[in-house]
Design a protein around this ligand. Structure first.
Ligand SMILES: Cc1ncc(C[n+]2csc(CCOP(=O)(O)OP(=O)(O)O)c2C)c(N)n1
Length: 322
């Protein structure tokens, strides 16, 4: 990654941490009534993936993916608006927190409320790009638990057979809610499954943004050249509970403390320091981001709530003549 790309990744990681904190505050104050699935600890994945994508490449993000939305170009304001159910939200007042934000202009195609739905959706989008004759790539980020859905296998078979222009990235944080990977899955590496479908795979350190970026850049080039899909498995760490408020009784304090030892934000700061971009510059960047987040929070709180007619809007495409 260039210095500029690495610094941008650091900025987006910091923004996502601030956004997590802002949403938690809104929940505690009673302004937002919802669950937050924090992606804290997994920031190197969304930033590394998106650094390797063009704006028009399509991303199906995960339920832990605020960082992925920010890295693909969505602003914090529309996301806050969604958490609060305001008309300035990405869904213009439909709310529903993270998994429904869509912005085709940014290549953000949404997520899937039912985990595993993203495999067939991302394969379908890749097939759509192929049929339209363009060279966009379709990317899906998902957890290792989601990879146990049958949809993984049907979509993998079709994607490999038809050499669809897509990349799948598994964020393997070792936990699905409270269930350890080894208690739910017969193999250690999800990447092993790719071979069964004739799909290449790579395992990378998910705490290292450059490792994610390098694997992703190769896989995107391969997809764009018409050589088909790749599965990348990023071994990562979930710092917080499955949802905010989860007491995590299934996990030891030592396990949580050990996870924090490999913070992608700190690892990225160390990489930047080695390139001569030091703490003073990063502190200024963090201040700038904190001020911008506060402005976004206040703007979202000031935004109107939708009227009942919102539920009927956008159901049918409006004709140009209307
Ligand atoms: C089909 C389906 N089953 C169950 C759920 C409830 N659910 C939401 S997140 C989650 C855990 C997913 O684990 P994983 O895919 O490993 O992702 P992680 O939460 O670890 O990032 C579950 C079971 C769901 N949304 N959809």
């Amino acid at each position: 990654m260039t210095d500029a790309q690495l610094l941008h990744a650091y900025r987006i990681m910091e923004r996502s941490i601030l956004l997590d904190q802002a949403v938690l505050r809104l929940i505690e104050e009673g302004s937002a009534r919802l669950l937050l699935h924090s992606g804290r600890g997994q920031e190197a994945i969304g930033t590394g993936v998106c650094a390797a994508l063009r704006d028009d490449d399509m991303l199906f993000y995960s339920h832990r993916g605020l960082i992925q939305l920010l890295a693909k170009g969505m602003q914090a304001g529309p996301l806050l608006g969604d958490f609060l159910g305001r008309v300035d939200g990405a869904t213009k007042g439909l709310g529903a927190g993270i998994v429904h934000a869509v912005d085709p202009a940014l290549g953000l195609m949404g997520s899937s409320g039912t985990l595993g739905g993203g495999f067939v959706l991302s394969a379908g989008a890749a097939l759509g790009a192929r049929k339209l004759g363009d060279d966009r790539v379709s990317v899906h980020i998902f957890g290792e638990g989601s990879a146990n859905r049958g949809t993984f296998h049907e979509a993998a078979n079709a994607a490999a057979l038809w050499k669809l222009p897509m990349v799948w990235l598994c964020e393997n944080n070792g936990l699905s809610v409270s269930v350890a990977h080894r208690e739910a899955t017969s193999i250690e590496d999800v990447a092993d499954r790719a071979a069964a479908y004739g799909m290449p795979s790579r395992i990378v350190d998910g705490q290292d943004v450059e490792a994610v970026y390098d694997a992703m850049a190769d896989a995107v080039a391969r997809a764009r050249a018409g050589d088909g899909p790749t599965l990348i498995e990023a071994k990562t760490l979930r710092f917080r509970g499955h949802y905010e408020g989860d007491p995590q009784t299934y996990r030891s304090k030592e396990d949580i403390a050990a996870a924090h030892q490999r913070d992608p934000l700190r690892i990225t700061a160390e990489k930047l320091a080695a390139r001569g971009i030091g703490e003073a510059q990063l502190a200024a960047l963090r201040d700038e981001e904190a001020r911008a987040m506060e402005v976004a929070v206040q703007a979202a709180l000031a935004s109107a709530k939708p009227g009942p007619d919102r539920i009927y809007q956008g159901l049918l495409a409006e004709s140009a003549a209307a």
